[in-house]
Design a protein around this ligand. Sequence first.
Ligand code: ATP
Length: 283
Amino acid sequence: MSDPISDLVGTNAGAGERVAHYAPNEPDVSHGPILYLEDVTLSFDGFKALNGLNLTLDDGELRCIIGPNGAGKSTMMDVITGRRKPDKGQVFFGQNINLLELPEHEIARGLVGRKFQRPTVFEQLDVADNLELTLAGKRSPWAVLRAKRTAAEREQIDEILDTIGLLTHRHKLAGTLSHGQKQWLEIGMLLAQNPRILLVDEPVAGMTGEEMARTAELLVSLAGKRTVVVVEHDMAFVRKIARTVTVLHQGSVLAEGSLSAVQNNPRVIEVYLGETPCSTSPA
Ligand SMILES: Nc1ncnc2c1ncn2[C@@H]1O[C@H](COP(=O)(O)OP(=O)(O)OP(=O)(O)O)[C@@H](O)[C@H]1O
């Protein structure tokens, strides 16, 4: 009978130690966290956009990241996704995968998915074809149109359509969707790549109140199965979904904890000059 451990590859221990094995993309989350950033610094022409940043995310949590303009939020996401390499520091996925050693395209494949603020769907393809394109890793929209969908692909597409609430829109051209529906489709396209961590940048900018509420439900429903990181300025939305909130300022963590704890933190209040996140109306 085959031993499941011996089917896996990779080891993170020296000779004589008890050896733990992991498949190449399988993070060791036995201690809880799925992402560790330690003392990460990244400078642009001597200016430290990230300055000794420490951040730990637990596997399956939903984390909101807030911070004033220029705090380093986008740069942090660039580092986590491998788009930029820091000058200094460590970035680990689980305890065993050094993200600094992986190119961006490998990180995107099953490890970390990133959704940028503006939706980038294929407007001339229908909703299901958009999902198929990312699911199958097919190289072009033409390949999707030509190739026949397998039963497994159909099942996966249905599951994602159900998750993002677009089952009844499967045959609609993506270009005809509302802004909110395009954002959900793009989240679905990320899900099709099956990332363990989802980074979502300002998901509700430009959405109606109803779309915002559905987006909150969607992101909350994704946590648990995946780790979800939401970078958001809209405090009404953060209030709807927040568990743990991290406040970035000048490239490092200023405060972290429950939303009410960070809102009442004098250093946070000072940084926001009494505006958001402390003076927005209750949800
Ligand atoms: N390519 C770059 N070259 C020079 N400076 C940069 C570059 N990218 C970012 N910065 C600077 O680094 C700092 C952090 O920028 P970043 O975009 O990460 O902040 P942010 O928190 O995402 O801000 P915002 O909320 O406005 O999007 C800012 O002062 C910004 O001007």
